[in-house]
Design a protein around this ligand. Sequence first.
Ligand SMILES: OC[C@H]1O[C@@](CO)(OC[C@@]2(O[C@H]3O[C@H](CO)[C@@H](O)[C@H](O)[C@H]3O)O[C@H](CO)[C@@H](O)[C@@H]2O)[C@@H](O)[C@@H]1O
Length: 583
Amino acid sequence: MTKDVCSNIGLWLLFTLLLSNYVVDLEASHHVYNRLTQSSNTKSPSVNQPYRTGYHFQPPKNWMNDPNGPMIYKGIYHLFYQWNPKGAVWGNIVWAHSTSTDLINWNPHPPAIFPSEPFDINGCWSGSATILPDGKPVILYTGIDPKNQQVQNIAEPKNLSDPYLVEWKKSPLNPLMAPDAVNGINASSFRDPTTAWLGHDKKWRVIIGSKIHRRGLAITYTSKDFLKWEKSPEPLHYDDGSGMWECPDFFPVTRFGSKGVETSSFGEPNEVLKHVLKISLDDTKHDYYTIGTYDRVGDKFIPDKGFKMDGTAPRYDYGKYYASKTFYDSAKNRRVLWGWTNESSSVEDDVEKGWSGIQTIPRKIWLGRSGKQLIQWPVREVERLRTKQVNLRNKVLNSRSRLEVYGVTAAQADVEVLFKVRNLEKADVIEPSWTDPQLICSKMNVSVKSGLGPFGLMVLASKNLEEYTSVYFRIFKAHQNSNKYVVVMCSDQSRSSLEEDNDKTTYGAFVDIDPRQPVSLRALIDHSVVESFGGRGRACITSRVYPKLAIGKSSHLFAFNYGSQSVDVLSLSAWSMKSAQIS
Ligand SMILES: OC[C@H]1O[C@@](CO)(OC[C@@]2(O[C@H]3O[C@H](CO)[C@@H](O)[C@H](O)[C@H]3O)O[C@H](CO)[C@@H](O)[C@@H]2O)[C@@H](O)[C@@H]1O
């Protein structure tokens, strides 16, 4: 925490005292929630649930979407999330709540925030937590009022000595920010406040996602006391044409190194900071980020050259991944990213299985050495679930060959592999028009042989390969006679299940690596989710699959090479993964 932040503690103690005199006691409202859940006709998950995850976070039942207000308080990690207490489809949204000491094993608590007052009676939508300078957490969230207008509210813990922060109370001053005729805010597109940060003038800032016509924007509000908020005349940033910006996130990263930076920090002396703006584009349902500079005086975000905050910006994840949110983990001095992955199955199947939505494994996130891209890696704590390990070293994968990895629970595994590509001169030249990696991957599916590739992993595969999900690379020359290469990573779900109804879209990403060096791939496999990390976290692809045959013990794992040239597996380590304690 910076000196600037610390100097405000006195002010905050005073403010906290004032605020605590003005809170709505919600104890009485818990019965409303109980009634809501008891009247539900939700189908409880049956024992036969092959697609429930073993170590990815998911609630015991029902619909889940965005991660909300992740934070650490008194050594306990908190995850709130958008949850429907009444069923496996979106609706009746409350803030469900779980806590953890390691970001992997979770204990559930009653929903922390649920509709109870006019300012949120039609829904408690996404928002973020801010740790105030005195250490007290507060939550800003979007409430849906009786006119279905989106407004911003504050909630604070009822008992600060409870590290689990089980009960929350809402301010009677709510809503703190609301659309009106003067501010001209679009009342149906004004949601998802970020973690707030302290500015150069000791005022708090927060941004809220919005749109006006086709202009997507991040509206800035400022406040001296966190209660009275004033809309800034100009947004932090905007883009004409990208549509609604949902779930914005705005945070500093250090230019060199992987340590995290607290959201209000101005950096250490001589430390260079950059800022990241992330938006979740409602139109495409993908999360995009831009690296740039934060002009603190003008309250403007200026993207670095080559970046534009729209659907052309880089993505956190090139598969299914949305409404993500980071928090600064003061215990481990890192920034941690949470993201929601929805189902690829039909709504009928979701209702049948009684649940929908998972959270990906939390990822440490930092700025890469180039300064041009973010790197993500599953938090180290997930490695504590690794049990039986299988290692392969220096194996040659000849053209059109496969290598089965025996001895691990292939349906619930963590795999890390290092490939070394031979004969780079045999790479095909990429077509100049091939600028969309997803298109390259779907046009050239896993059965299409090219100069170099496809090579990678086949996961959640049935014995005779009636079903498999392939995660693989192809390497192209950037131009004829060039020694520059383009590496494409694909996740092909087209053969993942004999079931016809699932969305089996193939995903693709460019990986900014030099293939003269070993090419790395890590896959977190967990029954119906495959989280893949190429080039040590330079490209991430998450997919959802629902095999009919390749389930449980009938699931297999292979390394493969279907390209025209041999590829070496320098090393492959695979671990069976224990289940996490989640519900
Ligand atoms: O739960 C509300 C929060 O979720 C967000 C971002 O995910 O907005 C979602 C949104 O609804 C659409 O997305 C749902 C899943 O996220 C989907 O199932 C639903 O059918 C969609 O309409 O919520 C509102 C109301 O529907 C819509 O405007 C959004 O796109 C986030 O922005 C909300 O705070």
